[in-house]
Design a protein around this ligand. Sequence first.
Ligand code: ADP
Ligand code: MG
Length: 698
Amino acid sequence: MDLSNQDIKFLQGVGPKKADLFDKELGIHSAEDLLRHYPYKYVDRSRFYYLHEISEDMPFIQVKGQMLRFEEVGEGQSQRLTAIFSDGRETIELVWFKGVKYVIDKYHTNIDYVIFGKPSAFNGRFNIVHPEIEIASKLPPPEQMGLQPFYNTSEKMKSSFLNSKTIQKIIFPLIQQIKTGIPETLPAYILQKYALLNLSESLINIHFPKNTDILNKARHRLKFEELFYIQLSIIRLKNWREQQSKGFVFSQIGHYFNTFFNDYLPFELTGAQKRVLREIRIDVASGKQMNRLLQGDVGSGKTLVALMAMFMAIDNGYQACIMAPTEILATQHFSTLTELLGDIGVNIALLTGSTRPKDRVVIHEKLRNGELNILIGTHALIEDNVQFANLGLVVIDEQHRFGVEQRSKLWRKNEQPPHILVMTATPIPRTLAMTLYGDLSVSVIDELPPGRKPIQTFHYYENKRPALNSFVAKQVEAGRQVYIVYPLIQESEKLDLQNLEAGYEYMCKVFPNYKVSMVHGKLKPKQKEFQMQKFVNGETQIMVATTVIEVGVNVPNASVMIIESAQRFGLSQLHQLRGRVGRGAEQSFCILLTGFKLATDTRKRMDILVRTNDGFEISEADLQIRGPGDLEGTQQSGLPLELKIANLAQDGKMLEIARNTAMAVLDDDPQLEKNENKVMAKQLQKMKTNSLNWGLIS
Ligand code: ADP
Ligand code: MG
């Protein structure tokens, strides 16, 4: 019996219309898909409660009893129907705001019902709004009901009567069907090694668990299976790519690297920078194509590492490029690198959307004939008419802003793919990295250049503004510069712009003696550049801006970062913004401004930022608060982070075991040809047809 070929259209209670909804709303086509649509929660229906047992923290209760009387109250909007329901000892009010007529017709006094719902306190009494009601004699005894599954549906499905309850009814006969067995997807030796429930038992009990103990076992097995197959496919891809794609060999450390290192480097490399450079060096000399992710907190000195890696390419006769997500950042990289390079004799150019056509032609020509060594740019780099003579290394800065498709375009620029160094200042928790970048090698710069004082962070309510103003005044008097950042969110762009401009005028008024710059996304690039430049030069002391300054901008003299409406930013974004200060020798400060009333999550975010400067700790906390799907930097990854059952925030240990197991399996049997492993090859094949092309990811 192959459930993956069994169209749900033919299942009892489905039919073409509901099948269509299943498909459109949940992507469910086959009986197997349906079995893999796991409940998102369960409610204990294994006993009846008495009304005196109710407390407010109970999610759901089930009570057996009778309706004593019905009453229609209120008019118009507030019209509702109530029923007084008795368990034989006490009473509770049941309330309906909709379907009044239906309820009156359907339910009667003097009949035993089982009601089920969430109790809520109202005027000092409990009531249940829109309870589920069944005739008691039609239900199995409670000890046979066990835990009731709840399934995700959509509004559209619900309005076509495809609610959780109907799904449960559709799945029920399927479960009877698989009781006789279903092909196992994990090999016996793995089931045995980790004492996992078999597939059939797991599916039966994930849908209709008898008790929480067996439910946990089922869940455990299905989580493991999910994580294991993701890892197996990632590692297989990695192995495959390492075999397939030969990499350019940068065999020597040559003139430019050595000259720069000995005569141009303005400071000692940190231990972490040295370590990462050694890791890169080994990769590029290995004959395999490098795919390396470099994680390092803001200000940890990734740019320098990128430059030294580019020397490795240039010294071996190759070109290199850096791709940055914004024009400001590309421009900044260009000027930083130009300055670092001095007169060493490396040719470098900047190519962005606003490069003049005349200059563009020259750059294209010099790229093709190999005269240019380093090209820096934005998306413009991946346009089709940009051709390199021999691109050996691509550095991608702030990688998560590039879509999968854009990245893969760059790969295809050469016959032989260049080495890839992906840099991100948004550290990713280990579990995510293993999944998102499981096929990349990972380097970490976990050490800041010496002499930095940790940024001090404070969370202020808006009523502290006067005190904040005098603090700003003190800092500016001492020669420092100040950022003030406003949120800018697409939906309320107009309003945000008004806030920003009001903020600008306010600062001009409060500080008539200081000069204030303003930068936002609506400015023309030239104006933006002009304003930025004034701040960089120290002509202006205060910079009022939106998040356009978020990435990369480097003004070491700026020591204060004030973030307005900080509640509207995500954790990683706040951390990024904070990283704009603390780049010089002076003590720096970050002030998070919010109103007094804050959601619990927001308060948590503020507390974390005040407590720590460690990007990894922050990303881990972000993962815990928001879950992997919403984590910054992961949305565009194109990876299925919305896992069906495993949770990257909670199942880190299991993920590690799954990954190690997958590695061990592939070490022993790379092609999965052994008899006992064939089941895995088959399962991978199935996943491939169902999901995206993993080969494009990196
Ligand atoms: P990020 O990792 O955020 O890209 P940058 O590369 O912009 O960090 O470096 C931040 C600042 O630290 C720059 O001003 C850079 O010149 C400086 N820097 C980098 N490496 C060192 C080092 N080893 N010692 C001292 N300063 C360094
Ligand atoms: Mg940087």
